[in-house]
Write a protein that binds this ligand. Structure first.
Ligand SMILES: [Zn+2]
Length: 104
C-alpha cells in the first residue's frame, strides 16, 4: 500500500494498482495522481511517492498533484504513452524524461 499525503495534509492509503488513475482528496477535492515509470508490485510503493509536482498552468491537469514514485525515469509530454500527459502546445511531441533520484 502507498500512503499518499495531499497538500491539505490528509493522508490516504492506496494500492499500487492505483498508479496512473487520478483520484480526488476526500477532504479538499484536489486531484491527485500517482506516477511511476514502472509497474510496482503490491507493497513495493510503501514509503515511496514522497516527491510531487503540481500543475500550475496549461490546458488540462491544472491543480493536479502528481506524486512521483518508483526508480524508473518518468516520460512526460504529449504522447498518450507518457506517464504524465500534458497536452499544452509548448510541450514537445516526443516527450522528455524526469530522472528519478531517490536519495533516502
Ligand atoms: Zn486534500
Amino acid at each position: 500500500m502507498i500512503e499518499v499525503t495531499c497538500g491539505c495534509e490528509t493522508a490516504t492509503r492506496l494500492p499500487e494498482s492505483a498508479i496512473g488513475t487520478p483520484f480526488c482528496c476526500p477532504h479538499c477535492q484536489q486531484t491527485i495522481q500517482l506516477v511511476s515509470g514502472e509497474a510496482l508490485a503490491e507493497g513495493a510503493g510503501t514509503g515511496d511517492f514522497d516527491a510531487w509536482l503540481t500543475v500550475a498552468a496549461g490546458p488540462g491537469l491544472v491543480g493536479t498533484r502528481l506524486l512521483l514514485g518508483g526508480v524508473a525515469d518518468v516520460l512526460i509530454g504529449k504522447r498518450p504513452d507518457c506517464q504524465i500527459v500534458l497536452p499544452a502546445p509548448l510541450c514537445v511531441d516526443s516527450g522528455s524524461f524526469l530522472f528519478i533520484s531517490d536519495t533516502t
